[in-house]
Design a protein around this ligand. Structure first.
Ligand SMILES: NC(=O)c1ccc[n+]([C@@H]2O[C@H](COP(=O)([O-])OP(=O)(O)OC[C@H]3O[C@@H](n4cnc5c(N)ncnc54)[C@H](O)[C@@H]3O)[C@@H](O)[C@H]2O)c1
Ligand SMILES: CC(C)[C@H](C(=O)O)[C@@H](O)C(=O)O
Ligand SMILES: [Mg+2]
Length: 370
């Protein structure tokens, strides 16, 4: 790690499709933010990986890229995968899953927040209060089956769910510690275990371990919900939710549902966090339907970069990086509420316009953050 030189190394992996477009916009924003603030400079180094790179070179995640991610202080990631580029078994080239495993990024942190001023998806005015975080276990669950699934004859196929004590305990503990930090801001906090413990042994085990961890955090509320019922609550009263922790596949599905509540995938940032490493990426994919058209909403990428700055600020005791994170959030809010409504939300602002307006809002955001 590079704290001694006071520079922080960021491995930048733009990936495929709109991953490249939102990453270019994000690097522009980060440079503009850095030019206006003190604190450690970020040294951005771009590395190859992804489906397109696989099609060209036969490698999805070259060793040089993986090593750079291991060495870096953080990884900033666009999106990877392309529906036409697949392995022989029909699955896709998605090296982000290899990165999650290699760097042991066990907590998928997916915050969902409403940005006032945007056209509402739900008519209820309490959507303004939507502010929850989905914490997704990311190293096991049903994704344990990746590369291990089997087809028997041509009649049956099996993928196996794996839930371990350690995997569940550490992600549950992560969720409670996150709730604790939110409690200091909001006055109360609750972690909901989202499972399917009414049917599956593995899920009853997940809940049992969650309950054991909850007992070690007596000041934070804890409850449970079945994943199907949670899908309903997310749509009917998402403003009641706080922190949720769930199995890998459930978290993948619910996080897209959650993004829909606040405008779409372009509003959903995320962080893949481990004990040593962290990777920051929008929750969305490469969006082949709009790639190359300048229509991508870069806000999720911008907000993921803000999450990276917060994580680096805490890890390296660099409060100026936290200021930069607040600046990005404030300027995104100002750009959105001053009329740069992304195409995804029914507006006319493409990737370039949202980026331009966000950068233009920086001076005003600096006054608000000061
Ligand atoms: N983190 C990742 O890298 C990641 C995540 C999901 C999917 N993928 C991959 O991406 C490819 C496409 O997957 P998909 O279509 O299921 O999901 P997707 O997230 O790429 O797109 C789903 C829908 O959301 C829209 N969308 C997504 N991001 C947007 C943005 N920033 N601005 C505006 N609209 C946006 C798309 O246009 C599309 O209509 C697949 O190859 C998939 O495996 C990668
Ligand atoms: C692309 C895919 C492997 C990935 C996942 O399923 O985790 C994505 O959907 C996500 O949500 O980050
Ligand atoms: Mg997903």
């Amino acid at each position: 790690m590079t704290v001694s030189s006071n520079k922080l190394d960021i491995a930048v992996l733009p990936g495929d499709g709109i991953g490249r477009e939102v990453m270019a916009a994000c690097l522009e924003l980060l440079a503009a933010v850095e030019a206006k603030t003190a604190g450690a400079p970020l040294r951005m180094n771009t590395w190859q990986a992804g489906a397109q790179f696989y099609a060209e070179s036969g490698e999805a995640l070259p060793n040089a890229t993986l090593d750079a991610c291991r060495r870096a202080d953080a990884v900033l990631f666009g999106a990877m995968g392309w529906p036409d580029i697949r392995h022989a078994d029909g699955t896709e080239i998605i090296p982000q899953l290899d990165l999650r495993m290699a760097l042991d990024l066990y907590a998928g942190v997916r915050p969902i927040r409403w940005f006032p001023g945007l056209p509402r998806i739900l008519s209820d005015e309490r959507v303004d209060d939507i502010d929850f975080v989905l914490v997704r276990e990311q190293t096991e669950g049903l994704f344990h089956a990746r590369g291990r699934g089997k087809v028997v004859g041509d009649d049956e196929a099996y993928d196996t769910m794996c839930i371990t004590r350690n995997g569940t305990a550490r992600v549950s503990d992560f969720a409670f510690r996150l709730a604790q930090r939110r409690q200091s801001r909001r006055g109360q906090a609750r972690v909901t275990c989202v499972d399917k413990a009414n049917v599956f042994t593995s899920m009853a085990f997940f809940r049992k371990i969650f309950d054991e961890v909850a007992a070690t955090h007596p000041t934070i509320g804890a409850d449970h919900a079945y994943v199907d019922a949670m899908a309903l609550v997310m749509v009917k009263k998402p403003w009641t939710l706080d922190v949720m922790v769930t199995e890998n596949m459930f978290g993948d599905i619910l996080s897209d549902l959650a993004a829909g509540l606040v405008g779409g995938m372009g509003m959903a940032p995320s962080a893949d966090v481990g004990d040593k490493h962290a990777l920051f990426q929008p929750a969305h994919g490469t969006a082949p339907d709009i790639a190359g058209q300048g229509k991508a909403n870069p806000c999720a990428m911008f907000l993921s970069a803000a999450m990276m700055l917060d994580w680096l600020a805490e890890k390296h005791s660099e409060p100026q990086l936290e200021v930069r994170a607040r600046l990005i959030e404030a300027s995104v809010q100002m750009a959105l509420s001053s009329g740069a409504v992304p195409i995804e939300l029914g507006g006319t602002a493409g990737c370039a316009a949202v980026t331009r307006e966000t950068i233009a809002a920086l001076p005003q955001a600096m006054k608000a953050v000061a």
